[in-house]
Ligand binder design. Structure first.
Ligand code: PLP
Length: 226
């Protein structure tokens, strides 16, 4: 293990945690109402180990296969790790994903909701889910279209019995994120959902102002991805 990398990660983690706390306070919110999902995709092992050693336990990965390589060993050393899947999930990877992750943030279509419900039934391991919303209606991006969201949420909850913890979005890079975060907050309120996963390295303070309960921060915590 590279101890310099580990120390850097611990220092950056503290800096981001401080910024989250300040943003929450500035918004009149309790800092403990905002969770930091440290996004470790494509990061060197030593940096992730540094965050773990510093006491952080909540992480996000966007690919099932990458998570499968790294996290089982870390879990043996740190059993209280919580891992969120924040990338698109193919139905043929559902079985592996349900085994590896604690929360699925990217439920975005009926076929996936159905496959997850079947796997939760089969294993008795029912994970909380977020529904991903394609707030910018971008054709290349995952997420349910805003116009279809309320119907899809009914289908997930009443139809498939999923525990929907909240909504997740990734605003278009070229847009100001505020209106997207406001849209997500309103959609969650309308549908009686408490969780809002929004905000990344560039905009997590804005997201906190708009009510984020989970910010997904990668490069600000770990440094640029290799
Ligand atoms: C990579 C990623 C992040 C973190 O991005 P940074 O800009 O490095 O903070 C957050 N959410 C999702 C879905 C991602 O894929």
């Amino acid at each position: 293990m590279d101890s310099l990398e580990q120390g850097d990660a611990a220092g950056r983690l503290t800096a981001v945690t401080d910024r989250i706390e300040a943003a929450a306070k500035a918004a009149g919110r309790d800092p403990s109402s905002v969770r930091l999902v440290a996004v470790s995709k494509l990061q060197p092992e030593a940096r992730v180990a540094g965050a773990l050693t510093a006491g952080h336990r909540l992480f996000g990965e966007n690919r099932v296969q990458e998570a499968e390589v790294r996290w089982p060993a870390f879990r043996e050393r740190f059993p209280d790790i919580r891992l969120h899947l924040i990338g698109g999930l193919q139905t043929n990877k559902v079985r592996t994903a349900v085994r590896l992750f604690d929360v699925i943030e990217t439920v975005d279509r009926p076929r996936l909701a159905a496959a997850l419900a079947r796997e939760f039934d089969r294993t008795g391991r029912a994970l909380p889910c977020f529904v991903q919303v394609n707030t910018g209606d971008e054709p290349q991006k995952g997420g349910i279209a805003p116009a279809a969201l309320d119907g899809f949420l009914d289908e997930c909850r009443a139809g498939y019995g999923l525990e929907v913890a909240g909504l997740m979005c990734i605003p278009p890079v070229e847009d100001a994120p505020g209106p997207h975060f406001a849209f997500l907050r309103e959609a969650a309120r309308r549908n009686g959902l408490a969780g809002l996963s929004m905000g990344m390295s560039a905009d997590f303070e804005t997201a906190i102002r708009f009510g984020a309960t989970h910010v997904r921060v990668g490069s600000a915590v770990f440094g640029a991805r290799g």
